[in-house]
Design a protein around this ligand. Structure first.
Ligand SMILES: Nc1ncnc2c1ncn2[C@@H]1O[C@H](COP(=O)(O)OP(=O)(O)OP(=O)(O)O)[C@@H](O)[C@H]1O
Ligand SMILES: [Zn+2]
Length: 677
């Protein structure tokens, strides 16, 4: 069973890909695959028809009886023959239909007779084949000559040099021609299919023409006003590059957008282009680098060339960190390719003057791993941090995304914003989308608050999972979740418990969902301990009720350990170790993961003391959880029973079942929402 905290925020299924037709969805200017196949089929057909018309000898010969052959010679319809042993091949002056159609019909009638061989379907042919009779037909030669039949040593099926060439290579030539045409087409459209076949060195940059794609403006970007304000100047510059450089000042060349996934970096870059009315060339850095060495650099060159042709313009490089990692720090393999690509970017950025009116925007969520050379003046010397939105920001972002969604009267974006701490802009868009789908499925005219809340639950906790649990398992899970929930009510400073369920969701078999009333930025030690006590509540309840342990607490243990370790190593909350930094600062953009190349900066002796301190915190919290649950055993049992009967309980129901008041407040109330399972 699993415990979830709001940060790291859950990732929506497709965080970055706008759905087709959404603002910012790339224009669909590549050939759709179906059309490609159609063209291919047409090419093959043309090939076939050409062969048919110009090389009738290519026909498969009809086999005719010797007598029919002689009749045709007598009629003067046989143009030439070629004999090879007793097989005689030849061609007619005008095509012959064989077997004659009438005979075909008779044969069809005869087919009812059992054992009758199926007749050959009658068809018209220019070439034929016949077998000479075993007895010698004297005078055949004279007969043929008399009827001007050309007797040759060469089979009519053998073709001239050109014929052979066309037959052997025709289809291949056509295919090549076809691909070449496709490639030209794709190249004209700036990348696409051809690019992957021939133009490997071409950038696959997508160009968004602001007239063609739906134009993105600053109106579409909400909740990140600071970042927006910093980019206003860039828009100004793009509108009139001359204005800035007239007095000899250098305009910015590169701006690095730094922020967690889904905070709207791409959107912001598009909006800058949209506001300035300039073309937007976008490419993900990961796309630069392929298996073939040198390709990345060529693509970079191509990307900048394209932008230069359309200047003023914006170049947007997403996921810069995937090539911008400090050189020499790269993983094995592909290192030199990444280096080359990176060097090419640096060269290009040094190469263009700011007068050209090209601005390179790049996005990353790991600024600390970037090569220092990228951050030097004249390159990405401006940094704009794009933060996760606060409550007001979330409300504004929701406002942007519900523009085209009809809302029911009871829908409250403010309330929704309050319930979604830690969610990014992309998450919020996803939330609105899910809610709209849900409302549509429920056949409502507008989206109600309940739809939003259900969608939120699905996004945060994962979709419900239809697995069949045994009664014993359900009882265990009910007991475990009740343990979390009761502690959420009785531990001072715990976040309010919003929901408890024993319906399996996502990875979890059951979930206790807690969330704070406000966004939190600073966490008191007492709050962190309260949180660990709550995390351990599931296992402790099982210990009290059953006296045995299960694997269900794995996730709880993981999270509790991480939190306790951070208290000791980063936040100086251990008296034994004091205010010493024992772990590198975690990048807020790495979602809590350690920065690249982090080393352990202390002795083995200290490591042992850290472990002891962490175990000490967990031990204390375990004791506290046990004490509190013993004290509230009656409420624990009541809640577990109610859960077994009703599966899901909301805040009000939990309070009424247990008869407990909400958790008493701590001096100041701390952190984002959490869900424990
Ligand atoms: N501040 C915002 N205002 C309005 N919509 C937003 C905002 N932030 C994100 N979105 C929505 O989320 C979508 C995805 O965001 P976007 O791709 O810009 O995020 P990102 O920061 O570039 O993410 P990543 O780092 O994963 O590339 C946007 O197209 C937009 O619909
Ligand atoms: Zn749990």
């Amino acid at each position: 069973m699993k415990r979830k905290d709001f940060p790291p925020a859950p990732k929506p299924a497709t965080p970055n890909k706008p759905w087709p037709g959404a603002p910012g969805a790339p224009p669909q200017d590549q050939l759709p695959p179906r059309k490609v196949w159609l063209m291919f089929a047409i090419a093959l057909l043309v090939n076939y028809l050409v062969m048919k018309t110009y090389f009738p000898g290519a026909d498969t010969p009809v086999t005719i009886p010797y007598t029919v052959f002689k009749q045709e010679v007598a009629k003067g319809n046989v143009k030439s023959i070629y004999s090879q042993g007793e097989i005689l091949e030849g061609s007619f002056a005008s095509p012959l239909t064989w077997p004659p159609p009438s005979q075909g019909r008779e044969d069809a009638a005869a087919r009812v007779l059992p054992g009758a061989p199926p007749p050959a379907p009658s068809r018209s042919a220019r070439v034929f084949k016949t077998t000479l009779p075993a007895f010698v037909d004297p005078g055949l030669e004279q007969f043929l000559i008399g009827h001007r039949v050309e007797i040759s040593a060469e089979s009519p099926q053998a073709r001239g040099a050109l014929g052979t060439l066309l037959f052997g290579f025709g289809p291949a030539l056509l295919l090549i021609g076809f691909y070449f045409w496709l490639y030209r087409r794709a190249a004209q459209q700036g990348g696409g299919l051809g690019g992957s076949l021939f133009g490997i060195g071409q950038s696959k940059a997508r160009r968004y023409d602001q007239e063609r794609a739906e134009r993105v403006t600053f109106d579409d970007v909400a909740g990140i006003d600071e970042a927006k304000n910093e980019l206003v100047e860039i828009v100004d510059f793009l509108k009139d590059p001359g204005k800035y450089t007239r007095l000899g000042g250098a305009a910015p060349k590169g701006v690095l957008l730094i922020g967690s996934p889904g905070t709207g970096k791409t959107l912001l870059a598009k909006a800058v282009a949209g506001e300035a009315g300039v073309p937007f060339f976008s490419m993900s850095a990961a796309e630069f680098v392929e298996m073939i060495v040198g390709v990345g650099a060529a693509r970079v060159r191509d990307l900048f060339r394209q932008a230069r042709e359309h200047a003023p313009a914006i170049i947007f490089i997403d996921e810069l960190d995937s090539i911008g990692r400090a050189r020499g720090q790269l993983a094995l393999g592909g290192a030199s390719e990444q280096e080359q690509t990176l060097n090419q970017i640096l060269t290009e950025m040094d190469g263009f003057s700011s007068r050209e009116g090209i601005i390179v925007l790049a996005a990353t969520n790991q600024p600390d791993v970037l090569d220092k050379a990228l951050l030097r003046p004249g390159r990405f010397d401006r940094r704009v941090v794009v933060n996760l939105p606060d409550k007001n920001g979330r409300e504004a972002i929701l406002g942007v995304h519900v523009r085209k969604v009809p809302l029911a009267k009871d829908a409250s974006l403010a309330e929704l914003a309050a319930a979604t701490p830690g969610l990014s802009g992309a998450d919020l868009r996803n939330l609105v989308n899910e809610a709209a789908l849900l409302a549509a499925r429920r056949e409502q005219a507008g989206v109600r608050q309940k739809d939003f809340m259900d969608a939120l639950e699905k996004i945060v906790l994962g979709p419900e999972r239809p697995i069949l649990l045994s009664e014993a398992d359900r009882e265990r899970i009910a007991c475990h979740e009740s343990g979390h929930a009761i502690l959420g009510l009785v531990v001072a400073g715990a976040d309010p418990v919003h929901r408890v369920t024993i319906v399996p969701r996502g990875q979890a078999l059951g979930v206790t969902y807690q969330r704070p009333q406000t966004d939190r930025y600073n966490y008191p030690e007492a709050y962190l301990r309260a949180r660990i006590v709550g995390m351990l509540g599931g296992r402790v309840a099982e210990e009290l009720v059953y006296g045995t342990r299960t694997t269900g607490a794995e996730n709880d243990i993981e999270q509790a350990t991480e939190l306790a370790r951070n208290m000791v190593t980063r936040w100086g909350m251990s008296d034994e170790l004091g205010m010493v930094q024992l772990a590198p600062r975690q990048s807020p953009y790495l979602g809590g993961r350690l920065a690249f190349g982090a080393d352990r900066p202390f002795s083995d002796e200290t490591a042992r003391r850290v472990d002891l301190a962490v175990q000490g915190i967990i031990g204390d919290c375990h004791a506290e959880a046990t004490r509190l649950l013993r004290l509230h055993r009656r409420e624990l049992d009541a809640l577990a029973r109610a859960l077994l009967a009703r599966e899901t309980l909301d805040e009000k129901e939990i309070l009424s079942v247990t008869g407990l008041p909400p958790a008493p407040a701590l001096e100041a109330r701390p952190l984002p929402a959490q869900a424990a399972s």
